[in-house]
Design a protein around this ligand. Structure first.
Ligand SMILES: [Zn+2]
Length: 118
């Protein structure tokens, strides 16, 4: 994970960045037409339009994927802040307080330590 947020929040963030990036690129591409750079300007506008479109379609895909993932995520009550949050996979962060939550016993607090095993 790049950011210290829950996975679903990070997917939404990437979707938003991709949308803004695509829109920005399409606006930038219009500069070539506005300042009348001739054929090169039109080519730049066309190419940036295509890339911007792909970025925006991709962001829609990410949003849909995040939506599908969030339906399969498990809803738990965060032990740290008491709010409801969704846990994706075995380990995720709380959406509210960003505490790491995990179903993996490996990360469980060492409460049962000292019990004789094997
Ligand atoms: Zn929390």
């Amino acid at each position: 994970m790049v950011f210290k947020t829950s996975k679903i929040a990070e997917f939404r963030l990437w979707g938003l960045l991709l949308t803004l990036g695509g829109m920005g690129l399409m606006i930038l591409g219009l500069v070539g037409i506005v300042f009348d750079w001739g054929t090169i300007g039109r080519v730049i506008a066309f190419v940036s339009m295509i890339i911007g479109m792909i970025a925006m379609v991709g962001s829609v895909g990410i949003y849909m994927w995040a939506g599908m993932l969030s339906t399969s995520a498990q809803i738990v009550v965060c032990p740290s802040c008491g709010n409801q949050t969704k846990v994706l996979g075995k380990t995720d962060r709380c959406m509210v307080c960003h505490t790491v939550l995990s179903f993996d016993k490996k990360y469980a607090p060492a409460a049962e330590d000292g019990a004789s095993s094997e």
